[in-house]
Write a protein that binds this ligand. Structure first.
Ligand SMILES: NC(=O)c1ccc[n+]([C@@H]2O[C@H](COP(=O)([O-])OP(=O)(O)OC[C@H]3O[C@@H](n4cnc5c(N)ncnc54)[C@H](O)[C@@H]3O)[C@@H](O)[C@H]2O)c1
Length: 430
């Protein structure tokens, strides 16, 4: 099949590349000349493990084609995906301006029956608006259908998530569109959920809000465990052993970040309000998440004897989670900004995200490895649990620190071992 993607971010580029690898001809439309020229050469605008190889392979095979132009791709495609960003607007609702702008351009270029399918996370009712926009601008004789197929890939394991998703949601308004999309997804190994467009749109928000709720619940148990002497991680591990609950997303730590959970929780609160429901549960999910970050700062202050001013604090990990360069709403940003406002000097290391972090963090000394972050530091805070931090030479770390104090924001080290080694060690919830 020949298909088109508009948007080449974490969702657009990964999904487009996987569909190309499965033998389809895939056009990818962008809006920045430099990025499109780079992509043609195999230079990617994002980091995702294994993606560069797939892009290069499919560019070489002429199955993956990058362009700024809408006309040629849409003329040849039976399915056009919208995979652009839907960030939070100032009042919390999803900013849909790019989705609508792109829908108009797609509509202006339709020449034959096409399914226009939204992969971006959009509030219920958005695809109906996309339909109206396209209907207004398209040529009268052309038919089209809209559909919604929200994406669930996780950055860091996006390729395997795309090939083996837990579910493929196909929200379509006609049997013809549904059949075409099922055919396109046939080589992908996942349960297909056929539904209407509104349900598909809501499934995405409900999923992300539920996962965010699990994380905030775990952090609330961590807060309470610290106050009572219970061991939070042990409590949550035992809770998660119940099959009805499951282990995933029950870790105590610095809270959730990234381009999805914070904005999707916010957007669902607004969707609820606009529909006459006060989603107080999700408001608490947000405030517990904020508190999880602030508690890391408070612990840092206490570990430094209440004096943060002029202290050097090393930060391990900046990305919102391991295996990505994505810094959007990363807990590290809140933690570093707060510590800086208290007078701390920050040295930070991340294996991949430093280039993006430089754009968001000021007056931070970015260093090339974990040891350089620890060297002469008064305190080391682990914020993102990259695998390489599990393999550190901790004796070496201890010896090069001014004071061997480690605040483990993700509970990756064993407290007893750390203390035996001579660290002052504090984790979360234990
Ligand atoms: N990142 C994730 O893990 C993830 C997972 C599931 C769903 N989503 C959702 O998918 C959508 C895309 O997310 P993302 O992380 O890929 O975003 P992103 O910011 O990485 O990518 C957005 C893309 O849109 C392109 N774009 C912006 N304006 C454009 C325009 N006017 N014309 C053409 N292209 C334009 C950008 O160049 C970029 O390639 C969002 O709605 C997000 O909520 C993201």
């Amino acid at each position: 099949m020949t298909i088109t993607f508009v948007g080449h971010g974490y969702v657009g580029l990964v999904t487009a590349s996987v569909f190309a690898d499965l033998g389809n001809i895939v056009w990818v439309i962008g809006h920045t000349k430099e990025k499109i020229e780079n992509l043609k050469k195999g230079i990617l605008p994002i980091y995702e493990p294994g993606l560069e190889e797939i892009v290069k392979r499919n560019v070489k095979a002429k199955r993956l084609l990058f362009t700024l132009d809408y006309k040629k791709p849409i003329e040849g495609s039976s399915v056009v995906f919208i995979a652009v960003g839907t960030p939070s607007a100032s009042s919390g609702e999803a900013d849909l301006s790019t989705v609508f702008e792109v829908a108009k351009k797609i509509g202006e270029n339709l020449t034959h029956y096409t399914v226009v399918i939204t992969k971006s996370t959009v509030p219920v009712g958005t695809n109906k608006k996309v339909k109206d926009i396209i209907s207004k601008v398209k040529s009268k004789k052309v038919n089209f259908d809209i559909a919604s197929s929200p994406e669930f890939l996780r950055e860091g394991q996006a390729i395997s998530d795309t090939l083996h998703p837990d579910r493929i949601i196909i929200g379509a308004e006609s049997k013809k569109a549904q059949d075409l999309l099922i055919e396109l997804h046939r080589p992908i190994d996942g349960n297909v959920v056929k539904t209407n467009i509104e349900t598909a749109e809501m499934i995405k928000y409900a999923s992300n809000a539920f996962l965010a709720t699990k994380i905030s619940f775990a952090n609330a148990i961590a807060f309470l465990s610290e106050a009572t002497g219970a061991n939070g991680p042990d409590v949550l591990k035992a809770v998660g052993l119940d099959k009805r609950v499951g282990q995933a997303f029950l870790d105590c730590g610095a809270g959730f970040g990234g381009s999805c959970f914070p904005k999707d929780v916010k957007a669902l609160i607004v969707i609820a309000r606009e529909n006459g429901y006060d989603f107080t549960l999700l408001k608490d999910v947000e405030s517990i998440n904020e508190e999880a970050r602030i508690r890391i700062v408070e612990k840092a202050r206490k570990l430094l004897g209440g004096k943060v001013e002029n202290k050097t604090i090393g930060i391990l990990g900046l990305a919102f989670k391991p295996d990505t360069d994505d810094m959007r709403y990363a807990p590290s940003i809140t933690i570093i900004n707060k510590l800086q406002s208290m007078g701390a000097k920050i040295k930070a290391y991340d294996p991949i995200a430093i280039t993006n972090a430089r754009k968001l963090l000021k007056d931070v000394e970015f260093v090339q490895n974990a040891y350089a972050a620890a060297k002469d530091s008064d305190l080391l805070i682990l914020v993102t649990e990259w695998n390489e931090f599990r393999q550190l030479d901790l004796k070496k770390m201890k010896n090069i620190m001014e004071n061997p104090i480690l605040l483990d924001g993700r509970n990756i080290y064993d407290p007893a071992e750390m203390r035996q080694m001579g660290f002052t060690y504090v984790g979360v919830g234990r």
